[in-house]
Design a binder for this molecule. Structure first.
Ligand code: GAL
Length: 408
């Protein structure tokens, strides 16, 4: 009897495991609603299968990626995990033979016809297609509250000169001109400043090595970055991206430069109406350029529940999945057939810009630059924050690029 019981328990445990699919991401707390909506679509389509929503908090995945690395190297991969399309996916996991080729799924699901070719290129090598993009986010956006700007007599600046010009007047109101958060958000700001100062051609050349990081043009980025930093809050290092956004919403800061997950946070979590409760503009000097990043899910080699992981990927790439996820997330669907009537005014404008703008890649969010390059680029940032020496920071960035290489 006891033996029978033991067998029954063991069998039911195996069944439970077989019916659970572990999805690993950093979409916890405030970042969770879009993922939860996607999970609902999955559970409706695959009744009886439970999603183990394994999240590791921390904006931009700074903590989650370290945990993931330990698990992957320790032979304990989740069934599927969030990874940025581009160099983060390819140079961390694909070149190390840790991912399964998903070309078969793209063919079965007809995705080769509905995802933009540029995006497919980002997740592909000559050997295969390596993840399923679930969204398209834009990095280079400046957020504000229209009524506050009006009260202060300030307009969203189109150039950094214009921003620096209004900065003292905003400070005189007792308001921080530009809200800033912890280290990765500083890198995020840096890339927007770099895009503005260099323009899209030369910004793109940073990532091919054609524009060396110690070129005078790249030194000038750090100089401008320093002037911009002088207009930010002193407690930046201790704030999450949501807290930096809150500063703007609460009227403690005039502007914030952040990816459009901030629109998701303001519309979904804070229930603000796009265009009324919050406004947006391309970050200074980047109009007509869309700094793109995309979250995707992949299939690691050795996924414990491979079958359900593949089903998770099917839902992640499906029209129903993407149109449930993206309106809440503050991102647009990669699928070109998504139903734009489900998307708010910000997202409709993002979709129009994505269709017409020049596209470049984000360093802070893995489109360009390998993980080791990015991790070590923070040294250049630290050197600059400590010394405010643009040449020293540029030299450090150059050394990091030399050591870790750029591009695929
Ligand atoms: C990005 C990610 C976004 C959002 C953001 C803040 O790297 O692509 O989806 O989660 O981090 O955590």
């Amino acid at each position: 009897m006891r033996r029978l019981l033991a067998i029954l328990i063991a069998t039911s445990m195996t069944l439970a495991a077989a019916n659970t699919v572990e999805i690993f991401s950093w979409w916890a707390g405030d970042e969770g609603p879009a993922l939860e909506a996607l999970i609902e679509v999955f559970e409706a389509e695959y009744p009886g299968v439970t999603v183990d929503n394994a999240t590791v908090t921390g904006g931009a995945g700074v903590v989650a990626r370290a945990v993931l690395r330990t698990r992957m190297l320790g032979g304990n991969p989740p069934d599927s995990f969030q990874v940025h399309a581009g160099d983060e996916l390819i140079l961390s996991w694909v070149v190390a033979n840790r991912m399964e080729d998903l070309t078969f799924l793209f063919e079965e699901e007809g995705w080769l016809d509905v995802f933009p070719q540029d995006l497919i290129d980002l997740i592909s090598t000559p050997e295969g297609i390596w993840s399923v993009p679930v969204n398209i986010h834009r990095s280079n956006i400046m957020w504000y509250v229209p009524a506050n700007l009006e009260a202060w007599g300030v307009e969203a600046p189109q150039t950094w000169d214009a921003f620096l010009e209004v900065c003292p007047a905003i400070q005189a109101e007792g308001v921080t001109p530009l809200a800033l958060g912890e280290a990765w958000t500083q890198l995020h700001l840096w890339e927007s400043v770099a895009l503005g100062v260099l323009g899209p051609d030369r910004y793109a050349q940073l990532w091919t090595g054609e524009l060396p990081f110690n070129d005078p043009a790249a030194v000038a980025v750090w100089e401008r970055f320093g002037e911009v930093l002088d207009c930010t809050n002193a407690d930046a290092a201790g704030l999450s991206w949501q807290q930096a956004t809150d500063m703007v919403v609460d009227g403690d800061a005039a502007f914030n430069i952040m990816g459009d997950w901030a629109a998701g946070y303001m519309a979904t979590t804070l229930q603000l109406e796009p265009g009324v409760g919050f406004g947006w503009a391309p970050s200074p000097e980047t109009a007509g350029v869309f700094m793109v990043l995309s979250d995707s899910f992949g299939l690691p080699v050795g996924a414990p529940n491979r079958e359900q992981a593949i089903n998770w990927l099917r839902v992640s790439g499906s029209l129903a999945g993407q149109d449930a996820f993206n309106p809440l997330k503050g991102s647009i669907a990669p699928r070109t057939d998504s139903d734009m009537s489900l998307y708010n005014a910000y997202l409709q404008s993002a979709a129009a810009d994505f269709a017409s703008d020049r596209q470049v890649g984000s360093l802070a969010h893995g489109t360009v630059g390998s993980d080791p390059f990015r991790d070590n680029f923070y040294l250049a940032l630290d050197i600059f924050l400590d010394s405010r020496n643009a040449q020293a920071a540029a030299n450090a960035a150059f050394a990091v690029a030399q050591q870790y290489g750029l591009g695929r």
